[in-house]
Design a protein around this ligand. Structure first.
Ligand SMILES: *Cc1c(COP(=O)(O)O)cnc(C)c1O
Length: 414
């Protein structure tokens, strides 16, 4: 299903024209489709419905509370990497008992807050964290449920910056250390072992690395069983890729089938941590073309959004389709689509064929994941507004930031 389509030559989100969104809320503006969010969640959850499972949406992909609330209403759990994310989930009506807490640098105060809230489990990523958590739990008179995030040393075959399951990455505990650490955890008084977890990277477009990682995890599960350490869940992580351009990511049904086959006959509940898949293609970034500038070597289309609004092109050299909101049938010319930020790395797209005039609206596609959540105020640019479309209704789910908000926490010296 595509919730963004042209009607009479004008790009719509569901039944709302993006021209009407720009008129009402200005640009740059993130625009999400409720139907696309709901259908992605259902597709993911349905694919695993033959088994007892819990989808824990990876909040960092897009942490707007309206989106978290939509997922919470569908029974979603959440994968958080900070207490800020936990507070967002709670504010959005998420169930703390469905939260898993990942991340390599959990602070003591974060552990305390998560224990107080009663989260499902900590995905422990180091021996130091294990010891600290045991102590924090002890001081609170609580027992912390844990799962180890194991690094299976599998090549996810994705961009190096979003590859997390290789021996040289900072994530998870080393595979060969896992048994020792489980034994150690098992002997700790203030911890309860709940599961095992792995997450090997993001934007994976092939199934085999997922299967390879799961096979290695299952070997550990068997070893643990032999030692009398029974697990209640297996968390297979997230990372399933989406289509930005010509990628051919696996169908969710095929991905689920491959994993479920391996998990057959095992009693554990299955946990999943999808981020990008649930939100990536449910959002676009709406921007206005400010200037067409003809350089000596290149033509530039200068738009009113920039790397501070959508960092993925600058950070990963990521590709996002960029299309005009109003089809004008013009021939177009090759141009660099760039923002106003003072960095040569501030581009949204290289060498794009663009038929547009100054003042036209453009849509940067597949911007729902790692778009707004990675945005910053660089160059003192207030962050964009976010609008969620439901049929023909527009809901402003985050107001455009104001200049005074940017400076609100700053003070002069006497
Ligand atoms: C980022 C992250 C995810 C989600 O990754 P996607 O590629 O967006 O699906 C899941 N689990 C952990 C631990 C993560 O850090």
């Amino acid at each position: 299903m595509n919730s963004f389509s042209y009607r009479n030559g004008v790009l719509h989100a569901e039944d709302a024209s993006l021209e009407s969104v720009a008129e009402k809320y200005g640009t740059p503006c993130y625009v999400y489709s409720r139907a696309a969010l709901v259908s992605a969640f259902r597709a993911y959850s349905d694919a695993f419905s033959p088994r007892d499972h819990l989808v824990c949406y990876a909040v960092k992909a897009n942490s707007n509370i309206a989106i978290l609330n939509l997922f919470a209403r569908m029974g979603s759990g959440f994968d958080i990497v900070s207490i800020g994310e936990m507070e967002r989930v709670l504010k959005a009506g998420g169930d703390p008992a469905r939260i898993v807490f990942s991340g390599v640098g959990k602070r003591e105060d974060e552990m305390r807050a998560a224990l107080s809230a009663g989260i499902l489990c900590f995905n422990v990523e180091s021996e130091g964290e294990l010891e600290r958590l045991d102590l924090v739990a002890k001081n609170m008179g609580k027992r912390a449920s844990i799962s180890f995030r194991v690094n299976p040393n599998v090549d996810a075959k994705t961009h190096p910056y979003i590859s997390t399951g290789l021996r040289q990455n900072k994530f998870g505990i080393p595979y060969d250390d896992a048994l020792r650490l489980y034994r150690k955890a098992n002997a700790m008084e203030n911890l309860a072992i709940l599961g095992i977890d792995c997450h090997i990277g993001s934007q994976l477009t092939e199934i085999p690395p997922f299967v390879e990682a799961l096979e290695k995890i299952l070997l550990l599960v068997d070893e643990l069983e032999k030692e009398g350490i029974a697990l209640s869940h297996i968390d297979v992580g997230g990372g399933l890729g989406i289509r930005y351009r010509e990628e051919r990511p696996p169908e969710i049904a095929d991905y689920a089938k491959a994993l479920l086959e391996k998990l057959q006959g095992r009693p554990q509940k299955i946990l999943l941590e999808p981020g990008r898949f649930l939100v990536g293609n449910a959002g676009i970034l709406l921007t206005r073309l400010e200037y067409l500038k003809h350089g000596e070597e290149k033509h530039f289309a200068i738009v009113d959004c920039a790397m501070n609004d959508l960092m993925r092109p600058a950070l990963y050299d990521a590709y996002h389709e960029i299309i005009p909101v109003k089809q004008n049938g013009g021939k177009g010319e090759l141009c660099e689509i760039v923002g106003p930020v003072c960095e040569t790395g501030d581009f949204l797209g290289h060498d794009r064929n663009l038929a547009a005039r100054q003042g036209d609206l453009l849509a940067i596609c597949s911007a729902g994941a790692y778009g707004m959540s990675m945005s910053s105020n660089y160059n003192s640019r207030p962050r964009a507004a976010e609008v969620l479309v439901d049929g023909a209704s527009l809901h402003l789910v985050r107001e455009r930031e104001t200049i005074s908000q940017l400076m609100a926490a700053e003070k002069l010296v006497p």
